[in-house]
Design a protein around this ligand. Structure first.
Ligand SMILES: Cc1cc2nc3c(=O)[nH]c(=O)nc-3n(C[C@H](O)[C@H](O)[C@H](O)COP(=O)(O)OP(=O)(O)OC[C@H]3O[C@@H](n4cnc5c(N)ncnc54)[C@H](O)[C@@H]3O)c2cc1C
Length: 370
């Protein structure tokens, strides 16, 4: 499987890491991304040691660590702001730090540059208008009028995946989990050297993403639906009323409506295999999770490595996809279901989950080899 092109639909974290991993194995790759500006949310993301290990396997860990902020512990604070515990994080890929906080635009730049410099073609502002699996190849008509054939197609087009909607008719649509996350960038205090989580009626966290900047994330229960950007800063500040004094004080800096990223949480978990013929799903398209265990993008990155390994191992991509699913479904299912259990517990819709225990158990799972 080294002489035919793969089409990756979606130039997000999963699509770009899949491009890098497939190029590592000599597979020609075209990535199409519907957003002509290739824009991503301006806030950050946190990634744990299994993800740092996966990025090291992709051969791009030095650029990744340079672009972000490495840290080695997680601090838990009580609702009154007292430090309860500082838990050191296990390190799976020494000498690289156990955890990375990174701005999403910086991550996108590192991954995009890596994909292109390794020979992947990236076309922006393009979608697939027609995808036809002809048995021995997949014929795709693009929105720019071009028509091309591929050995296989990877749907890495996220939560609302067009590929999933076309090929997995039985898959249920994304389900609203009842909570939203509010995020906002703030200056990083010099003494802030790790992820800080604040427990209480409103879950809050502060995550470093580079030397200068951290982001605040806040999880609240809200009705489903879109909200206007205007007024979001005041609305986010109002949600901090019950939080620790240090958090309320930071809230005074939340003044720019345009800087607030408000994201309702949805889940998707495709049952059964993740391919139909020569078309396969990866990342959020197959298994979108709420972020309570901080592993959504990590699962997409790990998917990419496993998919590329199996593609290199099998002559027929359909065999590769079956093997990929067998290796990935248990771990991704675990993350989706256990993240949702925390989310439901926080809303009184299920048993409350002890976060420390859940995080430790989760780490046992993701620390296993891929
Ligand atoms: C509030 C929140 C906080 C989170 N925090 C974390 C965290 O701290 N750590 C973590 O690991 N994960 C986190 N996640 C999860 C993480 O963001 C996702 O799991 C990750 O972005 C999935 O990557 P993906 O490439 O599968 O999908 P996406 O990132 O959604 O990328 C899909 C790409 O496909 C493009 N696209 C869509 N449709 C088409 C189409 N038809 N044609 C062409 N292109 C298309 C999109 O423009 C996009 O670029 C968080 C999620 C949320 C909602």
């Amino acid at each position: 499987m080294t002489d035919k092109r793969a089409l990756i639909i979606g130039g997000g974290i999963g699509g770009l890491t899949a491009a890098v991993a497939l190029r590592q194995r000599g597979v020609p790759v075209l990535v199409i991304e519907r957003d002509p500006q290739w824009s991503v949310e301006g806030v950050g993301i946190t990634q744990q040691s299994n993800v740092v290990r996966a990025v090291a396997e992709l051969g791009i860990v030095a650029d990744y660590v340079d672009a972000g902020f490495g840290y080695a512990a997680v601090e838990a604070y009580a609702p009154d702001g007292a430090l309860v515990a500082r838990v050191p994080s296990p390190q799976l890929a020494p000498p690289w730090p156990p955890n990375i906080g990174i701005a999403r635009p910086a991550l996108n730049r590192v991954l995009g540059e890596a994909a292109r410099s390794r020979g992947a073609e990236v076309r922006l502002g393009v979608t697939a208008e027609r995808i036809a699996d002809e048995g021995d190849q997949v014929r795709v008509r693009f929105s720019d009028g071009a028509e091309e054939c591929f050995a296989f197609v990877v749907g890495a087009d996220g939560l609302g995946s067009q590929v999933r909607r076309q090929f997995f008719l039985e898959a249920p649509p994304p389900r609203y989990a009842g909570q939203v996350v509010w995020r906002y960038n703030l200056p990083r205090p010099a003494d802030m050297d790790c992820l800080r989580t604040y427990n209480g009626p409103t879950g809050v966290g502060l995550a470093p993403m580079n030397e200068q900047t951290m982001y605040m994330f806040l999880v609240t229960v809200e009705p489903e639906g879109k909200v206007a950007q205007e007024g979001l800063a005041a609305a986010m500040r109002s949600r901090l009323a019950n939080c620790a004094p240090a958090i309320r004080a930071l809230g005074d800096q939340i003044t720019d409506d345009a800087g607030v990223v408000y994201r309702p949480l949805h889940t998707v978990l495709v049952e059964g295999t993740w391919h139909r013929g020569r078309v396969v799903l990866l990342g959020d398209a197959a298994h979108a999770t709420t972020p309570h265990l901080g592993q959504g993008a990590g699962m997409a990155i790990e998917d990419s490595l496993v998919l590329a390994e199996e593609v290199a191992r099998h002559a027929d991509p359909r065999d590769a996809f079956a093997a990929y699913h067998a290796r990935r479904a248990p771990r991704c299912g675990y993350i989706v279901e256990n993240s949702l259990a925390i989310c439901r517990g926080q809303q009184g819709l299920g048993e409350p989950v002890d976060m420390g225990r859940a995080a430790a158990e989760m780490f046992q799972v993701v620390a296993q080899p891929l």
